[in-house]
Design a protein around this ligand. Structure first.
Ligand code: PMP
Length: 296
């Protein structure tokens, strides 16, 4: 792991090696925390965080469902992220805010446990390979009546870990999970798009995390004249797609070159979207400057 110098903890900057927790931390036992994954990119005007406002908004949205009152304003959180980048003197990094029930209470009702907020960052150039081989997992995405699908809750990720184990043992790079009805949902940490006849299709909201990269792709696709449809996608449609790609803050735009036994090519649409996304996040597209928060 690429260690940084400092981690933000409850409004203080502490050294990386001092960011430790008690074994009776509530969230360690029950997953009772929420987190974000954000990226910062080097631009000609200095390091810039991509869609920071939207990530912080989702952080508060997630916290609400776990009855966590984050004891800092969203403005304070945004400033903390930007200052942490400066303090650590990094240009390209992945940023991980997390807020969770800590020490002081065992038992499932976390009321009474302390609330801890941390922001860590590190250099994480690649989350997935340049292109990936994907298999449908036997594990399905969490039922929307079992969880709040739009919240990014720590405990949910055990579902993603199971799906990942399931396909990695067969030599695939990444899993794809179906929803409880058998329609395509998402990857363990990515949303998915398929391309047919210059139209992009992506699963509609319901069982998936409303990804910020997914939203970015929906908004930028029309700059190329591509149509976008959010809909239920059946497996046989996915297998017949011309192109497939994953989207995510960590994964960025990652083409899928195989889904189960079906090989796919990295097509023109995926390549154009991938390159455009890279240009946008690195400050080369004026039109989308409003998505960048500069850290200098
Ligand atoms: N789905 C899941 C389950 C995720 O964990 C992520 C990563 N946050 C995504 C989709 C993609 O979301 P985003 O584009 O906001 O990073």
């Amino acid at each position: 792991m690429n260690k940084a110098k400092k981690i933000w903890f409850n409004n203080k900057y502490i050294s990386w090696d001092k960011a430790k927790i008690h074994v009776l931390t509530h969230a360690l036992h029950y997953g009772s925390g929420v987190f974000e994954g954000i990226r910062c990119y080097e631009t000609s005007l200095g390091p810039a965080v991509f869609r920071l406002d939207d990530h912080i908004k989702r952080f508060y949205h997630s916290a609400k469902f776990l009855k966590i009152k984050i004891p800092y304003s969203s403005q304070e959180m945004k400033e903390a992220v930007l200052k942490l980048i400066k303090i650590n003197k990094v240009k390209n990094c992945y940023i991980r805010p997390i807020c969770f029930y800590g020490y002081g209470k065992m038992g499932l009702d976390p009321d009474g446990a302390e609330i801890n907020v941390y922001i860590s960052l590190w250099e994480w150039p690649k989350y997935l390979k340049e292109s990936v081989k994907v298999k449908i997992s036997k594990f399905i995405r969490l039922h929307p009546q079992s969880v709040v699908s739009s919240a990014k809750v720590c405990g949910y990720y055990v579902n993603s870990i199971f799906a990942t184990f399931d396909v990695k043992k067969e030599g695939y790079d990444e899993a794809l999970l179906l929803d409880y009805r058998g329609f395509v949902a998402e990857g363990p940490g990515e949303n998915i798009f398929m391309v047919k006849n210059k139209t992009l299709y992506t699963p509609k909201l319901g069982s998936i995390l409303p990804g910020i990269t997914r939203d970015t792709v929906i908004k930028i696709a029309k700059d190329f004249g591509y149509k976008v449809r959010e809909k239920d996608i059946a497996l046989k449609e996915l297998f017949r797609a011309e192109e497939l790609f994953f989207t995510g803050t960590a994964a960025e735009i990652t083409p899928i070159i195989q889904i189960n036994q079906y090989k796919k090519k990295i097509g023109e649409v995926s390549s154009k979207i991938r390159n455009y996304y890279k240009d946008i996040v690195t400050g080369k597209v004026k039109k989308y400057y409003q998505w960048l928060s500069f850290a200098n």
